[in-house]
Write a protein that binds this ligand. Sequence first.
Ligand code: PAF
Length: 286
Amino acid sequence: VEVITEIESCRSAIQAAKGAGLRTALVPTMGALHSGHLALIQAARQRAGHVAVSIFVNPTQFCPGEDFAKYPRALEKDLSLCRDSNVDLVFAPSVDAMFPVAATTTVHVARLADGLCGPLRPGHFDGVATVVTKLFQILPVDLAVFGEKDYQQLVIVRHLARDLNVPVEIVGHPTVREPDGLALSSRNAYLGPSERRQAGSLSAALFAAVDRAAGGELRSAALLADIRARIHAAGPATIEYVEVVDAETLESLRVIDRPARICLAVRIGNCRLIDNVAVDGRPSTR
Ligand code: PAF
């Protein structure tokens, strides 16, 4: 695997791969790679002859008081996982290279960042949209793979690519889960043992709602009340939000009358967990 920290060399490496006739793919990450990321890399590999992974803990997407300083960093282990997964290129820039002090431009995707995690993490999606736009400039790939676990992020990235005419195909990849259903996340490392057991209640509650919707209960309020009750029954948790939204516009739905997503953010101990499932009145497929 070729490890590149310089922006210009990275752009040249992608252009060289394209010049050699290869379809190129990017998996953007903040490192601390786990099986969820490896599934994204595999999905990229199925679609492309040249696979790049970016590893950059982006300071601009952390709000004041969030976990930027303690976010897990494990570059050597990440590189060895990338090597094992036959990644062709790792782009691991410094913060100064990505955000020189003189940089003042921000990418803001209107409306889609107004709900769900947006109001709770002010500036987060501007930070994501800006860094992803920069990555698309530095790695002008044919396609980029993002996990559905960060569903709002995925929708925002799709829109920014379309609105800014970035010639990149955005591929969404289904959430990878632990055997008890917990969505894989680098932040799961913050959970203590009993919190980790409790955390399985989030996906269990979501999948129960999908099944209940398949049984004919399409009123969001009824499904959401049940999800809240299940999560609270599992132990002390703060539900930041749980909502049924239109799968494309992310607008809140009172009734599931189109493809929708149930999204939640819950704090268990010091750990903020997010998860979501597709719901359209058909049974869950997990
Ligand atoms: O999903 C992530 O890991 C990050 O938000 C991303 C897309 C790499 C941007 O920093």
